[in-house]
Design a protein around this ligand. Structure first.
Ligand code: AMP
Ligand code: ZN
Length: 484
């Protein structure tokens, strides 16, 4: 299954689909830019980790030994991706009247809860930026002479000292990036701080001594150091959201080139990672989703409104990761129903048999098409339809069918063999009525109807409705009621 169909991935560096060729035979080493833990992640952020998870699961499915690293940025990320603005962490900690450490802990735990709820597998390492500051200083020291210059505000990387700066972004170095504002004394508009000095007379909560004075590392430096230390340069795949293709990743690449003492990007290994992959954004109709604006969609909000978090994972899988995906409550509801249908089939199968050890030749063409879909740059929308075709197969052994569904779900991660259908019932936080009470009222209503006492049956229906329970007679999915 693994050799016949080669895995092809879209490399942002070349803007082409390329066959995956691991640096170390049989292995796949992947680094994913993690969250800056100054606030809760919104569901757009979580799309980036669902994507990275599907990539990791696909690499495992294709037989590679996966080492995945996701970092936690708890220092250094400014409110602007360039060098303007305040440190996001310092700003939020001040607003919460809490230490940065407590703030980081709170939001890291919230992020990890979302990771778990979305069935995202644990990476081999969660690298915490503040654990790597001495390594960052060493890295900066090794490139400072040839590639950096000092200003009052910090140590800056001169992007003209490496070949092809901005190739990933397809940006013009001379003009720089529109969003990068000028810092007085910068040699090129796109130059960036790799060490930010604490301004004289100020004291930051997080600061370290360095050859360039007390201060804190730049955000881009963090990812270069953690990826290089944990995976070794060059490693296979670096992922992030599409916004990182413009500033953060070009800057990481420039540092990696400087560190590896290599020049042109024509040798792909010179960028630190061979393949750079970016997920497109989840958007709202009103425009870009932003957690900086204060108003944002958290996974917890979806849960509070009664949606199972894996309905959101299903919503992500229905779109290709390189397409923009528009969030809507209707779309989420449709994804939930799709997941329910699959679970209904799986529930029936589980009532008949346990997953078999293997399966017969009937299933081979489906597995081949599934493999072809995920191997085609993670085409999950097509993979999902193949899974549904398997679910709909008639006159096949229940245990074998279950085993095939499990094999496919190992890639998609929808929890098909562990979820119960009742887990997917819409249960908004505001609904307080207990399931046992609903069952009692429904039984009474059934009895009234059996006795043709329609007045009593209608009264019971109204009583349920008053508590937010809608009775669903004749529902196609076999649901008797829902909370609305
Ligand atoms: P941040 O915590 O801001 O560094 O973002 C965490 C990850 O989410 C990064 O990989 C971003 O590129 C990604 N991201 C941010 N906004 C969105 C969005 N609306 N849709 C998808 N990914 C996003
Ligand atoms: Zn990063």
């Amino acid at each position: 299954m693994t050799d016949a169909i080669p895995l092809k991935l879209f490399n942002s560096l070349t803007r082409q689909l390329e066959p995956f060729q691991p640096v170390h035979p049989g292995e796949a080493r992947v680094y994913t830019c993690g969250p800056t833990v100054y606030n809760y992640p919104h569901i757009g952020n979580m799309r980036a980790y669902v994507f990275a998870d599907v990539l990791g699961r696909t690499l495992s499915f294709k037989g590679y030994k996966l080492t995945h690293v996701i970092n936690i940025t708890d220092v250094g990320h400014l409110t602007d991706d360039g060098d303007e603005g305040e440190d996001k962490m310092e700003k939020m900690a001040a607003a919460r009247a809490q230490s940065i450490w407590d703030t980081a802990k709170h939001y890291t735990e919230a992020y990890w809860a979302d990771i778990k709820a979305l069935n995202i597998r644990q990476p081999a390492h969660w690298s915490i930026a503040t654990d790597y500051v001495p390594a960052m200083i060493d890295f900066a020291k090794s490139i400072a002479d040839k590639h950096c210059y000092e200003l009052d505000s910090g140590l800056y990387f001169d992007v003209s000292t490496v070949a092809d700066y901005g190739r990933l972004a397809r940006a013009n170095t001379e003009e720089g990036e529109g969003r990068i504002e000028a810092v007085e004394g910068k040699r090129n508009a796109a130059d960036f701080a790799i060490w930010r000095k604490t301004p004289p007379g100020e004291k930051r909560q997080m600061e370290w001594d360095s050859p360039w004075g007390r201060g804190a590392p730049g955000w881009h430096l963090e990812c270069s150091v953690m990826s290089g230390q944990l995976l070794g340069f060059p490693f296979d795949i670096h992922t992030g959201g599409i916004d990182h293709r413009e500033i953060h990743h070009p800057n990481e690449i420039a540092q990696n080139q400087a560190f590896c003492c290599t020049n042109g990007l024509d040798v792909p290994a010179n960028s630190g990672a061979r393949v750079w992959m970016h997920n497109n954004f989840l958007v709202e109709r009103s425009g870009k989703m932003s957690k900086s604006s204060g108003e944002f969609l958290r996974l917890q909000l979806l849960i509070d409104k009664g949606y199972h978090p894996l309905a959101y994972r299903m919503m992500c899988l229905q779109a290709h990761y390189r397409s923009e995906l528009e969030f809507s409550w209707d779309g989420l509801g449709a994804a939930l129903v799709r997941l329910k249908r699959l679970l209904m089939t799986v529930g029936n199968l589980r009532a008949q048999a346990a997953p078999a050890e293997s399966w017969g030749p009937k299933f081979a063409p489906f597995l081949e098409r599934f493999d072809a879909a995920v191997s085609d740059d993670l085409n999950t929308p097509v993979a999902l339809t193949v899974l549904e075709e398997v679910a709909a197969l008639k006159k096949v052994d229940a245990g074998e069918k279950l085993a095939v569904i499990a094999a496919m779900d190992a890639v998609l991660g929808l929890g098909l063999l562990t979820l119960e259908r009742a887990d997917l019932r819409l249960r908004p936080k505001s609904a307080t009525i207990a399931d046992s009470e609903i069952a009692r009222l429904l039984d009474a209503r059934k009895e009234a109807r059996a006795n043709k006492d329609f007045a009593a049956s209608d009264a019971l229906r109204d009583e349920l409705a008053a508590q937010g329970v809608e009775v669903m007679d004749g529902d196609a999915l076999g649901w008797e009621w829902r909370l609305s």
